[in-house]
Design a protein. Structure first.
Length: 315
């Protein structure tokens, strides 16, 4: 009886052992590999790679931005039938005023060429100061106009981007030149310009955005100048051109801007009024309306750097 019982127990033991083919150590290793794979997938989807310097790879710039001569620029100036007076001002975001904010601008000495660059603030999260990129681009813009004697807006940007090769960051940018009775400009992102003519809005540049509050941009992991929009606008004596970063257009409607320029407000006064609305939590603004249209619950203005360039055209 004991022998049979022992034999039966041995069979049972053998059957039981067959159901435990995978040791606990191997099972733990399988779970470790599964968790590792999940972590790698999460990292690739939800985290950013290490920031890399801009390489200046805009295809549209190949063969462009060849420098001209001082004689070429003198000829450009001599044929201009319109006079241009420019007033410009940058009002930094109060939280970034200690380092000057992240906007930058350029106005040529003759006031016929001007540009605005808005450093993308998200680079702060990577330990990168966005101001370095926008300022570097505007230094390149100055060199393009004053040393290379370029005037075409896209040529200017193609030359200017050489100055930020090796710099980490990105920015939106708009550049314009008044040549004869034409305003020529190139725009990338959500900085912009508007032309006021009497009581009318003669022209407004279009924002370029992947989605709400995510503009096209030049720089590291950016869109490049290949998608920049080039346009020409007919000008008349008396036209007023307002160029600015999104901090201006996010907080003031075109109608409000129009009224301010009609009343002769300076660029500084316009920036100040825009900042007042930006700091309000309740006042309706273009930004709050855009956020709501995108399905976000948002009221009030958007505190940001505010750059204003006002160009008045006369005979």
């Amino acid at each position: 009886m004991l022998a049979r019982g022992g034999k039966g127990g041995a069979k049972a033991a053998r059957k039981k052992s067959k159901t435990q083919r995978i040791p606990l150590s191997q099972l733990a290793m399988v779970w470790f590999v599964v968790l590792l794979l999940i972590s790698l997938v999460y990292y690739s989807l939800y985290t950013e790679v290490s920031p890399k310097p801009y390489r200046g790879n805009s295809y549209v710039c190949h063969g462009r931005a060849l420098g001209k001569t001082k004689q070429d620029d003198d000829a450009f100036l001599s044929r201009q039938p319109l006079q241009v007076s420019v007033d410009a001002y940058i009002l930094p975001n109060p939280s970034k005023a200690h380092y000057g904010g992240e906007d930058a601008m350029y106005v040529s000495p003759d006031h016929r060429t001007f540009a605005v660059a808005d450093g993308v603030g998200g680079w702060n999260l990577e330990g990168v100061n966005p101001r370095e990129f926008s300022t570097g681009l505007m230094v390149g813009m100055r060199n393009a106009v004053e040393e290379q004697f370029l005037r075409n807006p896209l040529d200017l940007l193609c030359h200017a981007e050489k100055n930020i090769v090796g710099v980490t960051g990105s920015c939106t940018v708009i550049a314009a030149t008044i040549d004869g009775f034409m305003l020529k400009y190139a725009n990338l992102g959500d900085s912009g310009l508007v032309v006021f003519r009497g009581r009318e809005i003669a022209h407004k540049s279009k924002e370029q955005q992947h989605e709400f509050n995510f503009p096209f941009q030049l720089g590291s992991y950016g869109d490049g100048l290949d998608v920049a929009e080039e346009l020409s606008v007919q000008l008349l004596p008396g036209d007023v051109i307002v160029m600015g970063s999104d901090g201006l257009f996010d907080n003031l409607s075109l109608e409000q801007l129009h009224e301010m320029t009609a009343n002769g407000l300076s660029a500084r006064a316009i920036a100040s009024q825009s900042m007042t609305r930006a700091r309000s939590a309740t006042v309706p603004t273009p930004f709050s309306r855009g956020a709501q249209a995108a399905g976000q619950w948002y009221t009030g203005g958007k505190v940001d750097d505010i750059t204003v360039v006002v160009a008045v055209v006369t005979e």
